[in-house]
Design a protein around this ligand. Structure first.
Ligand code: 13P
Ligand code: SF4
Length: 302
């Protein structure tokens, strides 16, 4: 719960500074309630590029703020806690990817947006969980290096005719969701549809009714006639799902699916960030230009 008056102070400062607050679907409820826009990685990148604001306060993790800055170098992008990283993104370096590319010179290179800017700069095209299959299918090459999530890579390889060369990365939050968790919830709620994120392990993805990005889950919950859902992703999304669908029921596949980095952002830190204009996320221009090419390629596909 935000301290009393924090939301009002944020609102006032936001207007003075011509700032917009973007929040990822995994942010805690009090942060989501302060935000101007809530979305998945792809939706937030697009919004960051389109909006007319001088300042973007990004409530999410560093690679997301970096992507906003890559697309909108004219805006000041603030991350309220510089420690909000992504352990999956940290599992690959630009040097590591260059080495893999040298081993497979005939392969195209697709990078999940959950990567640092210098890794993106080494890729031909970026993707998010919502467009990974389309992006891979859009490539001319038969062989595709796909980094860094080995589970998203597995999901893509099962849904495309490409030969996928994965990196050994994974999300420590999503791997906590087990098949047993899904089965237990299914027994308790037999009429519920199971929707899971493609970062989940293959055994979980294999027994789901729908495999969706976080934005895809919000759309599916809204448009489906189903009234109950088992949600296999980070539990922050439940706030939005419940708020937008008051007549429907949402059960977390696992209460353990919490991303500690996403939870580093709080309303108090947003206020501090707007007051002090910290921490600015900026990418060196030479890397930004190369990384932007990769993100722009993705935006052409979807
Ligand atoms: P989405 O693109 O589905 O929002 O996923 C981002 C993410 O970090 C998943 O762990
Ligand atoms: Fe990274 Fe996983 Fe957190 Fe998403 S949920 S930001 S992939 S650690």
């Amino acid at each position: 719960m935000a301290q009393s008056g924090t939301a009002e102070k944020i609102q006032k400062l936001k207007e003075e500074r011509n700032a917009t607050i973007l929040a990822h679907n995994y942010q805690s409820g009090d942060v989501q309630d302060i935000a101007d826009y809530i979305g998945d990685s792809l939706e937030l990148s697009r919004i960051a590029e389109k909006i007319e604001a001088d300042i973007v306060v990004f409530c999410g993790v560093r690679f997301m703020a970096e992507t906003a800055s890559i697309l909108s170098p004219g805006k000041k992008v603030l991350l309220p806690d510089m420690g909000a990283g992504c352990p999956m993104a940290d599992r690959i370096t630009a040097g590591g990817l260059r080495k893999l590319k040298a081993e497979h010179p005939d392969a195209g290179v697709v990078g999940y947006v959950n990567t640092t800017a210098d890794v993106k700069a080494e890729t031909d095209i970026s993707c998010t969980s919502s467009n990974a299959i389309n992006v891979v299918n859009s490539m001319e090459r038969k062989k595709i290096i796909f980094v860094p999530d080995r589970y998203l890579a597995d999901y893509v390889s099962k849904n495309s005719r490409k030969t996928i060369i994965p990196w050994n990365g994974f999300c420590p939050t999503h791997v906590r969701i087990s098949q047993e968790d899904i089965r237990r919830q299914k027994e308790l709620h037999p009429d519920a549809k199971v929707m899971v994120h493609p970062e989940c392990i293959p055994g979980v993805v294999g027994i789901a009714d729908e495999v969706l990005s976080t934005g895809g889950m919000c759309r599916y919950a809204r448009e489906s006639d189903t009234r109950e859902f088992i949600v296999g992703t980070e539990i922050g999304i439940l706030h939005r799902l419940r708020k937008e669908n008051p007549g429907k029921k949402f059960y977390p596949a696992s209460e353990q699916a919490i991303c500690p980095d996403m939870k580093k952002i709080t309303p108090e830190k947003i206020l501090w960030s707007l007051k002090n204009m910290e921490y600015e996320v900026k990418v060196p221009e030479e890397i930004r230009i190369r990384a932007k090419k990769s993100v722009d390629q993705m935006l052409k596909v979807v």
